[in-house]
Design a binder for this molecule. Sequence first.
Ligand code: ARG
Length: 578
Amino acid sequence: MTIKALLEQRVLAAMSAAGIPSTCPANITVSTRPEFGDFQANGAMAAAKQLKSNPRELASQIIEHLDLSGIAGNVEIAGPGFINIHLSNEFVSAQLQQLRNDQYLGVEIPPAQTIVVDYSSPNLAKEMHVGHLRSTIIGDAVARTLEFLGHQVIRQNHMGDWGTQFGMLIAELEEHLGEGERPELALGDLEVFYQQAKKHFDDDPAFAEKARNYVVKLQSGDEHCRALWQQFIDISVAHSEAVYECLNVTLKHTDIRPESAYNDDLANVVADLQRLQLAVEDQGAQVVFLEELADKKGNPSPVIIQKSGGGYLYATTDLAALRFRSRQLHADRILYFIDARQSLHMKQVFTLAKKAGFVADEVSLEHHPFGTMMGKDGKPFKTRSGGTVKLTDLLQEAVERACKLVKEKNPQLSDVEIAPIGRKVGIGAVKYADLSKTRTNDYIFDWDAMLSFEGNTAPYLQYAYTRIRSIFRRAGLEQAAINSQISIAAPHEKLLSMQLLQFGQVLDQLAREAHPHVLCNYLYELASHFMAFYEHCPILKEDVAEATRESRLAIAHLTADIMCRGLDLLGIEVMEQM
Ligand code: ARG
């Protein structure tokens, strides 16, 4: 049980003994200032209002019945009726001891669920862009965390590998191959290739005709077209996978279930929706009108599931995917990490999938949107000439900048030693800058801010970690830290311990809300608490008593473990030295 839950139980019992109805909550919160104790029970005020009595008096009656023996040293009333609870040092020491022996680091393991996480999901026609960077990084952090909590996580990379633009792309590819060019070379830069194909399509009617023809052929399974398409897809997937590798993202090749995988099911989806009398014909197209999502004037929200020419849409594929995820993958929760601009689309497919019974009622369908990545000028992030920023270039620049910084800080290190550190710092900085912002907001991409060694950044945390680890470089100290008895005495020991003990709750919140910034904020505070602890509670000084030294070593060791684990859940690597 978490400390908070334990306190809640005890305070509720005292409230009931004091004659307060059980509907009144205990309102236990973590204290914001040390002088308010470690936790506060704020239930007396609301209860007094309901009972029309004096809140301070009610608080003192609660305290009279409150049994916190072995837990709290001191309990007092403050202000209008807050109950400040100061945990005893013995209790905190014992809790920390338990935390140290717990492989889950204080996380309460919830009943395991099957959770599908749809993230990254780039379109293969073009180069991956910054929008997919956000989905990839945020989705991966959430997937890692859910997995750590014991859930069965099924990653689904819903890559866009299907649709009319592929007719144009394979027709273009065919011409390049005809000239003897190797496919990897022709597709070296997908962005350039796409522009070429588009120009060709717009300027040359014969080519456009062929491209349209190829779409039809591709969809009816023509072998030649299929082979060209497969070549294109393989190379484009390899581009994305190079980015995943560089980003230290856990997506594997087998997590790819692209749009084309649902192609054979699209006619069934439409037929089923017709049979259920949900889809109706409207100007030759098949459309579902959703009253549930009607606008202010009462006009239902239209979802086109088949175009008048017979073609299917993005929504049709998502409906097939939802059905597959519910029925075949047996998902309890399905999480989507997609740009906020697709909110209406997600609402439509969720509503329709439930209405049609494609997804069981109890399955939780969640779109976790994110804002746009902006440049320093406050406009969507672009290259100087206004083009899309290639992710590979962006990541390479991050690593180069980080290597330079590390070199400045450690002129004695050789380039070979710097390379792996620079890679972890640069990639970590890009990821952390994204993860540490409330994801629903737009955010400004700023090299200097994200690579700073001060403030809430990856380099700051990675550096804090190396500082802790450096304590253990002296022979024998690590072993001492692992075996020693923890005994909290100094205020800064306790403050740091209280932060360590909250790791479990933070992960629990992250798992429910899919907001990685709560973990970032936690780690940043943890690092700051450690710095204060290190300043006030000497470890290596000669006059420190042996038992105190060993206890402090143990606290430092636990801090390093939790920092490393927390950063790992965010997909950020640490190092022993930087
Ligand atoms: N390929 C889409 C895009 O680039 C994102 C797909 C997200 N996943 C989904 N199931 N719709 O916008």
